[in-house]
Design a binder for this molecule. Structure first.
Ligand SMILES: *Cc1c(COP(=O)(O)O)cnc(C)c1O
Length: 429
């Protein structure tokens, strides 16, 4: 697979190079170009099991670079959990992407990134430190994906006292090659510390510092696969028409992956952008004026992003043309009170959603045509947000086994001063 930079089409890289670098020189993001097109849809969507479908698509994308045996192994290791399609209302389905180890869809990207980096290490023999700042979900998915992986350590920085107790347990109890550092500061402070460490060439090369940020093309590519799962499951349910996907969006990696799947030939009728009160993209689509801004806190906190880092890719896919983007997408946003209403409506339909999925369902209902079939992406298990859901829904939100187990393990966290020198020392000088 050949990748080009969003900012300079003359710059290209192999997949391995793009994963290793994360960012293209000059700050661009990598996009596959040319994109392959798979026309044997009946084969892919109806005749293959979910496991072999993922392996087959991955082999078509990366087999030339890595060899089929490797891509098969990567698919088996990274995507060893199910995706389910649940009917919620007439012509409305939830695609549940949260049945992985940390109960959020970020497991797809993080686990595949871990497999890819393990392959790079097998080639170059270099140990790596994955350094990540988190406000919750990313830290859990990344820590879990790299836990126990030889030649890697994962260092998770998070704002002390500002992530949920449940989230802290998910990444703070693993131990071994995972370190959880509770920073005396905000999420932005954590991110600044991480950025500072990457910007220090000496520190960076000594520890093989590597980013697990959502701009990494490995995270994006893994997410292409579940759009195929969604279409296959819909056919299995007896509905052959191309669906409309509603994507709860923050940094817009998820939507970008869907658009890539569509360009590779997956029959999708339309994509709906759904955001919370962080409306940078919906406002841009409305007005043509792109204005990044500080994020505001909402119920769907993993989407609290005011400057979405993958929008550059989506914009480039549409030649940075506002009119083309307006044609390609539908969009909408929900406030917290609206999200709470939708959560209660879903409860009354017999479906327990998390706040992110509820935003997607709420916007989807407004934007879905009468004869269309809609699939909204369930990006997190509701139990991860039990604290905010229980008062809204008035019913208990049961904890699945994986979370209950994490709850019972002792915390192994270290405090970190909000100071680059302290981080340098924590990393081992
Ligand atoms: C990260 C996240 C999102 C947003 O996904 P993007 O790819 O950043 O748009 C939505 N829901 C949940 C639960 C998340 O963790």
């Amino acid at each position: 697979m050949r990748l080009v930079s969003t900012r300079d089409p003359r710059h290209h890289a192999s997949f391995a190079e793009a994963v290793g670098r994360s960012l293209a020189p000059g700050g661009g993001l990598y996009l596959p170009d040319p994109l392959p097109c798979f026309v044997d849809l009946d084969h892919l969507l109806e005749r293959l099991s979910p496991q072999s479908r993922r392996a087959e698509i991955l082999a078509r994308l990366l087999g030339e670079e890595f060899g089929r045996a490797e891509t098969d192994r990567m698919a088996a290791e990274a995507f060893d959990f199910p995706v389910t399609l649940v009917p919620v209302a007439a012509r409305c389905y939830a695609l549940e992407l949260f049945h992985g180890p940390t109960l959020a869809f970020k497991d797809f990207g993080a686990r595949f990134l871990a497999q890819t980096l393990a392959l790079l290490r097998a080639r170059d023999g270099r140990d790596r430190t994955i350094l990540v700042a988190t406000s919750g979900d990313t830290g859990s998915a990344v820590a879990s994906a790299f836990h126990g992986l030889a030649g890697f350590r994962a260092v998770v920085l998070y704002p002390k006292g500002r992530v949920s107790a449940l989230q802290e347990r998910q990444f703070g109890t693993l131990g071994g090659n995972v370190r959880a550092l509770a920073v005396d500061g905000s999420f932005d402070d954590c991110q600044a510390l991480v950025k500072g460490a990457f910007a220090d060439p000496d520190l960076s090369s000594r520890h093989g510092l590597t980013s697990a940020n959502s701009i990494n093309i490995a995270r994006l590519l893994a997410q292409v696969l579940y759009y195929y799962d969604g279409c296959a499951l819909l056919r299995e349910a007896g509905l052959g028409d191309p669906p409309v996907f509603a994507v709860p969006s923050g940094n817009f990696g998820n939507l970008c992956a869907g658009l890539l799947a569509q360009r590779m030939g997956l029959p999708v009728r339309a994509f709906i952008v759904a955001t919370n009160a962080n409306t940078t993209v919906p406002d841009y689509l409305d007005s043509g004026e792109y204005r990044a801004r500080p994020s505001v806190a909402t119920l769907s906190n993993a989407m609290d992003v005011g400057a979405p880092n993958n929008w550059e890719r989506i914009s480039r896919l549409h030649r940075d043309d506002h009119g083309a983007l307006r044609q390609a997408l539908r969009w909408g946003h929900l406030s917290d009170p609206e999200t709470a209403l939708v959560l209660r409506e879903l409860r009354d339909l017999g479906y327990l959603a998390d706040p992110h999925g509820a935003v997607a369902f709420g916007v989807m209902r407004e934007r879905l045509g009468l004869t269309e079939t809609g699939i909204f992406l369930g990006t997190a298990h509701p139990a991860k947000f039990a604290d905010s859901l229980e008062p809204i829904l008035g019913i208990p939100v049961p904890l699945p086994a994986a979370l209950a187990e994490a709850q019972a393990r002792p915390l192994r966290i270290e405090d970190l001063a909000n100071d680059p020198a302290a981080l340098r020392e924590a990393l081992g000088g």
